[in-house]
Design a protein around this ligand. Sequence first.
Ligand SMILES: CC(C)(COP(=O)(O)OP(=O)(O)OC[C@H]1O[C@@H](n2cnc3c(N)ncnc32)[C@H](O)[C@@H]1OP(=O)(O)O)[C@@H](O)C(=O)NCCC(=O)NCCS
Length: 121
Amino acid sequence: MKIIGIGTDIVNIKRVEKILKQNKSMFLKKIFTSNEISLIRDFKLNISSKIAMRFAAKEAFAKSIGTGIGEELSFLDFEVLNKKSGQPYIQSRMQKLKKMKFNLSMSDDYPWAVAFVIASK
Ligand SMILES: CC(C)(COP(=O)(O)OP(=O)(O)OC[C@H]1O[C@@H](n2cnc3c(N)ncnc32)[C@H](O)[C@@H]1OP(=O)(O)O)[C@@H](O)C(=O)NCCC(=O)NCCS
């Protein structure tokens, strides 16, 4: 296994709370796939923190592959999901990333949410 890149991001949960109050549906649709949104709708506790961690994960992933979010990569090109154990992982729909492996770790301590991604091959 060879590490290709790393990415990290920190998000202020208070900022996410504000956005969710203003326009939850538009924000969720812009950042998350329908698969992710249906998981988010099942969250019962710490909803803003969980959404903030997943937003941080999206930005961390974009940094780990070196493109950022833009022309080459959209927020909807990949998903942040959880294994049965609770461990989060990234599932990419992009053909060019199929051979790569991604490890994701997320954490929060209000008002901060962080994520870290290692991209390897
Ligand atoms: C790079 C990106 C993923 C995150 O940037 P950001 O959240 O604005 O800024 P951060 O403070 O988290 O990170 C900035 C650092 O990321 C790093 N960075 C910038 N471009 C990068 C890239 N292509 N790959 C990896 N890292 C990158 C740089 O080190 C930069 O700091 P520097 O310019 O001082 O060196 C950016 O592509 C992005 O945020 N795009 C999405 C923006 C968006 O649509 N937001 C709407 C939300 S509703």
